[in-house]
Design a protein around this ligand. Structure first.
Ligand code: SF4
Length: 365
């Protein structure tokens, strides 16, 4: 696969290796994360070809609903504009029955999944999370994709049970899979600055691996475009690739481009205020090549915007994520959109020459 832009011999060799499905070294990964704009276009072109070969010319999406059950949170991550203090007039906590009502509405509208996440409420424990699952499971047949590793850690600590026991109970009560959020950048030097009270890299990895061992699949994410550098992104990708080698429990990788506008970090002048288009492209293309054991790379339209997300389908991504119905976290951070319809997603896919296919959470067609 010869790219349309002239690249140096070193990069040409990397692209050839990636095209043949051979594993890239750390040095090669770093080179991909540091390409010039012109080189990025060449890498992206090859990443797109690799994705098309892998998937046979299809791109997928899921019909789902986001439910954020509380915005009250004891943490104070610098990139988060969603969190409220318990005393805020905007603070809320939904009851399990209110959540079940939203899930029933989603099922009636054709959804196959509810994605449920919330803040770290100081007064809820594992019992609340279990009753939430019972309420949704008792009234719908939806797949429940819920609770980040940070929420798993919070619920287990609040109830004084081990992570493994918490996960086992959550699975017994209907938890189908876990969003691999709260990963941000898996490098403690970065975490100490952007989310100092969040779980450490080691804890995140342990919760994810324990979930996989218990038969609970997860996604993998990366929040990029703030203070991190290429070497931090590489450390993150390396950790994901290693976990996938040992557990095969990740269903997809979802790079999350930082929405900065209303966040505390941006207001205090910290970080670079979101990735630019060329950074987005560089990260997607490099991820497609470096994560050779991930089949699915999702372009999140809520983070990238529908137009850039569509373009990513040409440059390494093979999935557009969900319809969402009700997105709160990115909206609080400054995005002015909440949902796309099935028809919107299918049109975006068709117009880049791919065949749209609806999938479920675990990528069954
Ligand atoms: S990102 Fe999550 S844990 Fe951090 S402040 Fe926001 S709601 Fe709380």
């Amino acid at each position: 696969m010869r790219p349309p832009v002239v690249v140096d011999a070193e990069l040409e060799e990397i692209l050839a290796r990636a095209s043949e499905g051979r594993r890239l070294t750390r040095e090669e990964g770093l080179r991909l994360l540091k390409t010039s704009p012109e080189e990025t276009l060449a890498v992206a072109y090859v990443a797109g070809r690799i994705a098309r070969q892998l998937t046979g010319g299809i791109a997928t999406y899921v019909v789902n609903r986001n439910i954020n059950f509380t915005n009250i949170c004891i943490n104070s991550c610098g990139f988060c504009a969603f969190r409220q203090k318990p005393t805020s007039r905007l603070a809320y906590l939904l009851s399990p029955e209110e959540i079940a009502n939203k899930a029933r509405e989603a099922e009636a509208a054709g959804a196959t999944e509810v994605c449920i996440q919330g803040g770290l409420h100081p007064e809820i424990d594992l019992e609340y999370y279990l009753s939430l699952l019972d309420a949704v499971k008792g009234s719908t047949s939806l797949h429940i994709h819920a609770f980040s590793p940070m929420e798993i850690s919070h619920s287990s600590r609040q109830s004084g049970v081990s992570i493994k026991e918490a996960l086992r109970l959550l699975k017994d009560h209907g938890l189908g899979s876990i969003p691999g959020t709260a990963a941000e950048i898996l490098d403690d030097n970065v975490r100490h600055i952007i989310c100092p009270t969040k779980l450490s890299t080691e804890e995140w990895v342990e919760i994810i691996k324990t979930s996989h061992r218990l038969g609970i699949p997860t996604t993998a994410t990366m929040l990029y475009g703030h203070i991190e550098e290429a070497r931090h992104q590489l450390n993150h990708l390396e950790i994901l690739r290693d976990i996938q080698d040992s557990t095969e429990g990740f269903t997809e990788f979802v790079p999350l481009s930082f929405i900065h506008q209303n966040t505390p970090m941006h207001r205090s002048g910290l970080g670079r205020g979101g990735a630019t288009g060329i950074e987005d492209l560089r990260l997607f293309a490099a991820s497609r090549m470096y994560l050779d054991n991930f089949r699915n790379l999702q372009a999140s339209w809520i983070k990238l915007g529908p137009k850039l997300a569509q373009l990513m389908l040409c440059f390494g991504a093979n999935d557009l994520g969900g319809t969402l119905m009700e997105e709160n976290i990115s909206r609080c951070a400054g995005v002015n959109r909440e949902m796309l319809t099935k028809a919107d997603l299918e049109r975006m896919i068709r117009e880049v020459g791919l065949k749209p296919i609806q999938r479920d959470t675990l990528y069954n067609i």
